[in-house]
Write a protein that binds this ligand. Structure first.
Ligand code: ADE
Ligand code: ZN
Length: 303
């Protein structure tokens, strides 16, 4: 069936990563920026592998250089999510791209995004932000990002997280930033178990004390860790279409989401960076139905 109108909760979604490529291209043209090398002949985002994906991602943020640009980006992205039946969206917001982690500039960017998010409520979608450190920018930058998060923690900013290159640095080096965010009352998540194995998920639990994990799918390689995730009720923000598009798993049928769920792990479904992975929330549900025979009752449980 089509799940387009089925109400969906999405918890792992990068704001810039959800920007439609045509919109990014138009913004770049209007600003006289040449980023044509990040698009293929059909106008889609083009990247070779995960490391190149991160470069393309950063290049795609370059046309957005003011709070007004981010307000427009938020409005467009919220509209696209609402169109997919998403009723609640937690999106990753990056002070790195919004004023270079300067707390004063960050407040202005955030106010603009918040205003756009409030306007989007008319479409039946509630947006919340997770302020996100970029791991390959290093622990000092993560502390600056945590300061931005601390200063703006509240009704709209509900969490602190970390994305980027999972293999950059030791996880323990980022503990201070996560402590800062926790002290500000923020809920915590980190990307782990995507490009590194089960030890990376254990490190995120031990050092960052997160209650959710972005991806976390490679926990499947360690049954004791799967049991620990189930026991502690740690939520996994699983993005199957992203994992398949980036080559982590050969096909949807090979994806471990069903095995993790059967083992009692709290799994959820998200798109990560929808246009980069040629996916939508509707497609995620439909592919999961095709691969595992899941139906409305299962998706309601995942929500
Ligand atoms: N930033 C955007 N998408 C990401 C992903 N899948 N993993 C890590 N960092 C990201
Ligand atoms: Zn992600």
């Amino acid at each position: 069936m089509s799940y387009k109108d089925f109400p969906k909760i999405e918890l792992h979604h990068h704001l810039e990563g959800a920007a439609p490529p045509a919109f990014v291209r138009d913004m770049a043209r209007a600003r006289g920026l040449d980023i044509s090398n990040i698009f293929d002949a059909k106008g889609a985002y083009a990247y070779r592998d995960f490391s190149h994906f991160l470069n393309v991602y950063e290049a795609a943020t370059r046309p957005f250089s003011s709070p007004d640009d981010y307000a427009l980006l938020t409005a467009i992205v919220a509209g696209e999510a609402a169109e997919q039946g998403v009723v609640y969206l937690e999106t990753f917001l990056s002070p790195d791209f919004c004023g270079g982690r300067d707390p004063v500039a960050w407040r202005e960017y955030l106010a603009a995004m918040f205003e756009a998010a409030v306007a989007a409520e008319q479409l039946g979608i509630t947006l919340r932000g997770i302020v996100t450190a970029v791991r390959h920018s290093g622990p000092e930058a993560a502390r600056e990002t945590a300061l931005c998060a601390q200063e703006t923690a509240g009704d709209f900013v509900v969490g602190f997280g970390m994305g980027g290159d999972e293999n950059a640095g030791d996880t323990a080096e980022f503990a201070y930033a996560f402590d800062m965010a926790r002290e500000a009352g923020l809920r915590l998540t980190s990307h782990a178990g995507e490009w590194a194995g089960p030890a990376s998920v254990r490190d995120a639990l031990t050092h960052l004390k997160v209650e959710r994990i972005g991806h976390g799918v490679r926990a499947i390689e360690d049954p004791a860790l799967v049991a620990l995730l189930a026991e502690t009720g740690t939520g996994l923000e699983v993005c199957p279409g992203s994992n398949v598009a980036l080559g982590l798993y050969k096909s949807w049928k090979d994806h471990p989401i069903a095995r993790l769920w059967e083992a009692g792990v709290k799994v959820t479904v998200s798109t990560d960076d929808p246009p980069f992975f040629h996916t939508t929330m509707t497609r995620e549900f439909e592919e999961l139905e095709r691969a595992f025979g899941w139906g409305e009752g299962d998706f309601a449980a995942l929500n």
